[in-house]
Design a protein around this ligand. Structure first.
Ligand code: EPU
Length: 338
């Protein structure tokens, strides 16, 4: 295992922030991971995967372990369903395309989400009406302190909206090494209820969509709204959509009858943060090299050389503006590394 020093992380985070790692190594096997976690001369370790859900605000004074564990295999199947095991370093979207090439259904609505498979459970990624938890069976994770590998069931992961055990009690304690998904082999359940998918399929004149058609529709929608991190640094949705209670919703809705919302239970309403931010006038605005994307106000972007601090400052201003205009608190979805 080669330990590099003062390594630029610009290529390793989708925001394209040019922070440095004091020490850096590639983790290609489970053995590499065990050995690296055991290196006592580097007491601080930092786990880096696809770098798609983080904002690095300063140089990282630690040994950065870049998780590059690869492999996808079918571990069980019958005529109706297949269970696949995906190693953590597999790129999420390439893995979704692999499942579609086998005609395995379940992940198609989550096409083109950036990042790697191993970090997907941490925030229970989701898009267009489907969340990771809907196909998730279990994951294996190494305990950073003991290097023991444990299997976490779906229940143990305690998934919520962009949330899991790994963001709460388990935070900073585990490295997810692989994830198992259960997928359909026939009689696929199509989730086309999300408005934009139906519109896109209709535009393409597809009335009996396959899972591949749904994936292509999602890819088209995402490309029209969300910037490609290879072209414009970003981390997808920077904020979570806020959830407010019935009483707050009632007064919000009276004042803003045109605002979109999703009722998620009797006492909980989700309001799109993108709409709130747009109403505050930030959509498409640029401040130096930090900005708010022109097609989706939930996405903050790095035009070239913004620092993590620049993005964080803009995020703070947006949060304050939403709070003052709507009395709603929005909070970051991305992991802020301070
Ligand atoms: N909207 C605006 N202005 C904007 C953006 C959105 O008015 O600038 C309105 C839209 O018109 C629509 C509503 O807000 O009525 C919802 O917009 P959209 O369908 O684009 O979804 P979202 O709630 O903004 C969430 C996820 C995305 C995911 C999409 C589609 C979160 C934080 N974000 O965004 O996830 O792709 O739904 O399912 O839940 C991500 O997490 O990185 C991500 C991109």
């Amino acid at each position: 295992m080669v330990i590099q020093q003062h390594k630029s992380l610009k290529e390793y985070n989708t925001f394209g922030i040019a922070a440095k790692a004091k020490y850096f190594c590639e983790i290609n096997t489970i053995e590499d991971l065990k050995s690296a976690l055991n290196l006592s001369q580097y007491p601080n370790k930092f786990i880096l995967s696809g770098g798609s859900n983080m904002l690095i605000t300063k140089d990282i004074d630690a040994l950065v372990l870049h998780i590059n564990l690869k492999g996808i295999e079918i571990v069980a199947e019958n005529k109706d369903r297949a269970t696949i095991k995906v190693m953590a370093g597999e790129n999420w979207h390439e893995m979704v395309l692999w499942t579609l090439s086998k005609d395995f259904g379940g992940l198609e609505n989550m096409s083109l989400i950036p990042g790697n498979t191993g970090t997907a459970p941490i925030q229970n990624i989701g898009a267009y009406g489907v969340e990771l938890k809907d196909c998730f069976v279990s994951c294996e994770a190494m305990n950073i302190a003991t290097q023991e590998i444990t299997t976490f069931s779906k229940e143990a992961c305690k998934f919520g909206y962009r949330d899991s055990f790994f963001k709460n009690k388990g935070k900073g304690q585990y490295v997810i090494t692989s994830v198992n998904f259960n997928l359909t082999k026939r009689n696929h359940t199509l989730n086309t209820g999300y408005g934009a998918i139906e519109t896109e399929l209709a535009n393409q004149k597809i009335d009996k969509p396959t899972i591949k058609d749904v994936s292509n529709a999602v890819i088209a929608i995402r490309k029209s709204k969300l910037p490609d991190p290879k072209e414009l640094g970003n981390s997808g949705s920077f904020f979570k959509n806020p959830i407010i209670d019935k009483e707050n919703f009632k007064s919000f809705n009276e004042k803003n009858p045109e605002a979109p919302f999703y009722k998620i239970s009797e006492d909980a309403y989700k309001i799109p943060a993108g709409w709130l931010i747009e109403q505050c006038g930030y959509k498409g605005k640029r401040f130096g090299d930090a900005g708010v994307h022109k097609n989706q106000a939930l996405v903050l972007v790095n035009y070239a050389n913004a620092t993590g601090e620049d993005i964080l400052k803009l995020a703070g201003e947006i949060m304050a503006s939403v709070k003052s205009k709507f009395d709603i608190t929005i909070s970051p979805e991305v992991n802020i590394i301070k």
